[in-house]
Design a protein around this ligand. Structure first.
Ligand code: B12
Length: 235
């Protein structure tokens, strides 16, 4: 073993609190294997998958996001961090989906045209699946037709759109306007999300709701589905 390797931090020997901080550092440095190892250690120590996701991964990504904003990190580094985050999420995905919840409804979700950010969208997909929704993920860079065709084909209850750029978020209105023009807007619950959005924007473009994070997305979706069922029962 070289001297360098001798100095390496052994993740499994860290106290949990230090391990989480180390994982924030490792995510920052885009260390995929270390993130996978950290996720597994936290799970072995009895952490709930959702806590691992939010406290270790999402919290670490927030630090990356701040330094990207401030010009300390650049695209290649952020991409490495994003890949490390995805590797961690891949371990958590089956665990979050394992709740055996009854089928709640079906959601078609995708990132809008011109936008390739997909971590938040993937997280929403995972959490929705975990809550019992069936999710059809359209991936990134979706034009109007992709949403509308998939929603019809899949007989979706919910259409979800994600945008992370101020330049791509207006495209959500293009999709909703097309749905209105085709007379199908009210066939779906339209949920929108992404860091630059807010409630006012969601209202202005005619979405049913803006959701600030994946947990809110699940609660909001459940709410709307329950209302839809009540309406059907009443009608
Ligand atoms: C990772 C990242 C990247 C990665 C993306 C990798 C990937 N596979 O996703 C890479 C390096 C590729 C990238 C590229 C770019 N990026 Co970028 N990126 C980020 C960063 C740091 C983190 C985003 C993220 O993953 N967050 C973590 C997730 C968990 O959070 P989230 O996405 O917000 O999702 C949550 C909620 O918003 C909500 N949600 C999200 N979607 C949906 C959908 C629905 C239906 C619902 C209900 C809820 C919901 O729930 C999610 C989970 O809780 C942000 C910084 C930031 N503060 O957001 C910049 C940021 C978004 N990027 C930015 C920029 C400028 C770019 C580039 C233009 C840079 C460049 N010069 O090339 C390109 C654009 C490429 C393109 N055409 O899309 C800017 C946008 C600025 C703006 N005002 O528009 C930001 C804000 C950074 C900054 N402050 O400058 N980026």
């Amino acid at each position: 073993m070289s001297d360098e390797e001798d100095d390496e931090i052994i993740l499994s020997e860290l106290e949990t609190e230090d391990l989480v901080l180390q994982m924030h550092d490792d995510l920052y440095d885009g260390l995929r294997e270390e993130i996978e190892e950290g996720v597994n250690i936290l799970l072995e120590r009895g952490w709930q998958p959702y806590d691992v996701l939010t406290k270790a991964l999402v919290a670490g990504m927030t630090i990356v996001g701040n330094d990207f904003r401030d010009g300390i990190l650049f695209v290649p580094e952020v991409l490495l961090a994003a890949n490390a985050m995805k590797a961690g999420m891949a371990i958590l995905k089956p665990l979050l989906a394992e709740t055996g919840a009854p089928r709640m409804g079906k959601m078609v979700i995708g990132t809008v045209k011109g936008d390739i950010h997909d971590i938040g969208k993937n997280l929403v997909s995972m959490m929705m699946e975990g809550a019992g929704f069936e999710v059809v993920d359209l991936g990134i860079n979706n034009p109007v037709e992709a949403y509308i065709e998939a929603a019809a084909r899949e007989e979706a209850d919910i259409v979800g759109m994600s945008a992370l750029l101020t330049t791509t978020m207006p495209y959500m209105k293009v999709v909703i306007d097309a749905m209105v023009a085709q007379g199908i807007r009210d066939d779906y619950i339209v949920l929108v999300g992404g860091a630059p959005l807010n409630e006012e924007f969601g209202r202005a473009i005619g979405a049913d709701a803006y959701c600030r994070d994946a947990a809110v997305a699940v609660e909001t979706a459940k709410d709307f589905i329950a209302r839809k069922h009540n309406q059907m029962a009443a009608g």
